[in-house]
Design a protein around this ligand. Sequence first.
Ligand code: HEC
Ligand code: HEC
Ligand code: HEC
Ligand code: HEC
Ligand code: HEC
Length: 172
Amino acid sequence: MVRRLIIAAVIGLFTLFVAATVLMAYRWHAAHRPPEQPIAFSHRLHAGKLNLQCQFCHEYADKSPRAGVPAVSTCMSCHKAVATNSPEVQKLHEYWENEEPVPWNRVYSLRVRKYVVFAHKRHVKADLDCTDCHGEVRLMDRVRRVSSLNMGWCVTCHRSRSASTDCLTCHK
Ligand code: HEC
Ligand code: HEC
Ligand code: HEC
Ligand code: HEC
Ligand code: HEC
């Protein structure tokens, strides 16, 4: 009787453990899976093969808190003429004609932005590379998140590069 109870308890705990592991793996995967985008834009093609510089499109990275995403007109500087038969580029033309921005889905976003001070400008001016925080975007068709963006991630790098780890540096 006691033995059967122990066996049942062990099986129960094991099942719970497996379920928790699966759930955690699923949540990790969901957080790191690249989101669907309204147009199949590829960094591997544009930043890799065509070798366009990151700041050609993310022009505010060294000037303001946000790196920003490019205006439709930046894309149209080429795509008025390039690949106009492609259905994906035709979607771009539609946004252009309707004078609407492309509703890109965010990949990197601080969870509690309100309480955290983060600015691209300061980091980019300090000679950090985009890859230090975003990985090899040049090799990605769809951008996926490679950093946790949690406090430990910020503080670990600050410590290793002798940047401030004072609470009030990042929290106001
Ligand atoms: C400097 C010029 C240039 C700029 C700027 C540019 N592209 Fe492109 N794009 C190209 C070239 C060249 C190709 C490859 C065309 C081909 O394979 O025939 C391409 C291919 C594409 C394709 C794939 C077309 C297909 O179906 O094969 C899409 C989608 C696309 N671009 C979207 C964009 C978007 C969105 C932007 C702005 C964020 C943008 N492009 C900015 C030059 C540019
Ligand atoms: C031709 C324009 C273009 C170039 C060049 C370009 N990007 Fe982008 N980038 C975009 C567009 C459009 C998006 C939004 C759609 C997406 O996520 O793919 C984007 C999104 C991103 C994102 C995700 C933003 C978010 O939603 O959180 C990162 C990170 C990024 N780019 C980094 C880079 C880096 C690093 C380079 C240089 C290696 C680069 N980009 C070059 C157009 C460009
Ligand atoms: C020190 C780390 C770090 C570096 C270096 C960095 N980024 Fe970011 N990036 C972030 C963080 C953190 C976010 C999310 C910010 C938020 O939620 O407000 C982000 C967001 C973005 C976004 C989404 C739109 C926006 O502006 O919030 C783009 C695009 C982007 N980064 C591109 C770049 C490019 C291009 C470079 C290189 C010129 C670069 N980043 C360098 C950490 C970094
Ligand atoms: C890959 C390394 C790296 C990561 C990751 C990083 N930082 Fe930094 N950060 C630096 C460096 C280096 C400096 C010092 C820049 C300078 O000397 O001007 C800095 C400076 C800063 C400053 C300005 C400090 C001051 O004295 O005013 C703030 C604010 C800041 N970081 C916030 C953040 C936040 C918030 C995150 C996480 C979301 C983060 N950083 C992630 C490397 C990093
Ligand atoms: C280099 C930047 C940086 C420094 C220094 C820093 N933090 Fe943070 N902190 C963050 C970021 C980024 C987040 C948001 C994390 C997230 O969105 O998951 C955060 C989140 C928090 C939270 C909220 C946690 C939550 O889950 O909502 C608290 C509380 C906090 N920090 C306290 C502190 C204290 C106390 C210090 C000083 C010992 C400190 N932080 C120093 C960047 C920093």
